[in-house]
Design a protein around this ligand. Structure first.
Ligand SMILES: [Mg+2]
Length: 424
């Protein structure tokens, strides 16, 4: 669920010249909550919040719930306080995924196969080839919106522009249930009426940093020269990307992509074991491998699953949905250990004695809910990633660990994948 700022002035008629505007960004409105409303029509009009349980976070909220100040990643307990009469529902990821798959195959893929899926409810589409048949990108956007509403009783918003950056900013500002076309000649003006946070990739930390240099809006950013901006941001690459973005320029192509279901690693023990340390050591190696694969493929994971096979050959799994996506073993491993302990209902004594209540034959970890890591033209600064992740470790420690893991990736690339591992 997007928390990007929208401004009322952006939702207007920007003109009708569609020349070169071949990129569509399609984003379902309050997807999980809308799907729940669609299958329980009596929920319509009521505030619907997805995320229950006393330690849960909000995964999605419909617009009625957002009016109470409820947002994604907010603790569900806090949402309860803000809106005690809201309808709180558990996350039914299997259902949302199945519906997403239907929408992508039954509607989006009817237009083109040039689709870059960003997440379960969001994609970019390059419609250049489809224009032979459809003539205007806006006709495609209108058809998609109509089909989604009719077939699934939910709404989506569409942004149309010449590149991914402006198309995404357009769909954000078209929400909810809208479509916004930004002609090429208006790209710079459109982007420059936005607050800094309107550019995907600029988070609270980068915003504060820019503010401290007197840069308070995208228009201010566009006035900067690259050298001063490099000094302000501490990075020539970020400065370059920010300047391009502030003029509505983005050269990233739409790259057809469908997220993989999951990335996992598992191993069978030479001998069945009830030693918790042995199992944790193996989980640690699995986390290291999974995280390294995620980074190599520029993916981040929203869910972590631990799998065990017991001496009687039965399987058990337990999954946790994370408030923010992860790609480091140092963040995934502690989650895995908690899942292991929860799955086996381990008592304090079991944990203290490092003894599992059952003999384990195989253990593994998998990462799911995968998203492309580089889904913005401006890469979020590490500080912003950390600030937005509800990590239990301190920001600086997490930053060091990530740096260390990336260094290991480089070593493995050079000397083979068994050359190094994290001693977490
Ligand atoms: Mg959405």
């Amino acid at each position: 669920m997007s928390t990007a700022p929208r401004i009322a002035a952006a939702k207007r008629d920007w003109g009708h010249d569609e020349t070169g505007c071949t990129v569509l960004h399609i984003d379902m409105d309050a997807f999980y909550a809308s799907l729940e409303e669609a299958r329980n029509p009596e929920l319509r009009g009521q505030p619907v919040i997805i995320g229950t349980g006393h330690r849960a976070v909000v995964s999605a909220a419909n617009y009625a719930a957002r009016a109470y100040g409820i947002n994604s990643a907010m603790p569900a307990a806090r949402a309860h306080k803000l809106c005690p009469n809201g309808v709180f529902l558990p996350v039914d990821m299997a259902y949302y995924r199945a519906m997403s798959h239907r929408i992508f195959s039954e509607v989006f893929s009817q237009i083109t196969d040039h689709i870059e899926q960003v997440s379960v409810d969001e994609c970019y589409m390059d419609v250049s080839a489809a224009l032979l048949r459809w003539h205007r990108p806006s006709a495609i956007g209108a058809w998609i919106r109509d089909q989604v509403a009719q077939r699934y009783a939910i709404t989506c918003s569409v942004g149309i522009a010449s590149n991914k950056l402006v198309a995404k900013m357009a769909s954000t500002n078209a929400k909810p249930d809208g479509m916004l076309l930004i002609p090429q000649s208006a790209h710079a003006t459109f982007v420059q009426i936005m607050p800094l946070r309107g550019i995907p990739g600029i988070g609270p930390s980068m915003e504060r940093r820019l503010n401290s240099w007197g840069i308070n809006s995208v228009a201010d950013l566009a006035q900067m020269d690259e050298t001063s901006l490099s000094r302000a941001t501490g990075s020539a690459t970020i400065a370059h990307d920010l300047l391009l973005a502030s003029h509505g320029i983005d050269t990233r192509p739409v790259t057809p992509y469908t997220p993989e279901k999951s990335i996992g690693s598992e191993r069978t023990f030479a001998q069945d074991t009830e030693n918790m340390r042995t199992v944790c050591d193996l989980l640690r190696r699995c986390c290291d491998e999974v995280a390294s694969t995620l980074r190599r493929r520029s993916l981040v994971a929203r869910t972590i699953t631990v799998k065990l096979r017991f001496e009687d050959l039965r399987y058990a799994t337990k999954t946790l949905t994370l408030p923010k996506p992860l790609d480091t073993a140092s963040a995934i491993y502690p989650v895995s250990v908690k899942l292991l302990q929860a799955m086996l209902s381990m008592s304090e004594q079991d944990i203290a004695a490092e003894r599992l209540p059952r003999l384990v034959r195989l253990a593994g970890v998998s990462a799911g809910g995968l998203q492309a890591a580089g889904s913005t033209s401006v890469q979020p600064s590490l500080e912003d990633v950390l600030e937005e992740s509800e990590s239990s470790t301190s920001g600086q420690k997490q930053q060091r660990l990530r740096g260390a893991e990336q260094a290991l990736d480089a070593v493995r690339e050079k000397y083979g994948k068994h050359a190094a591992s994290m001693g977490l």
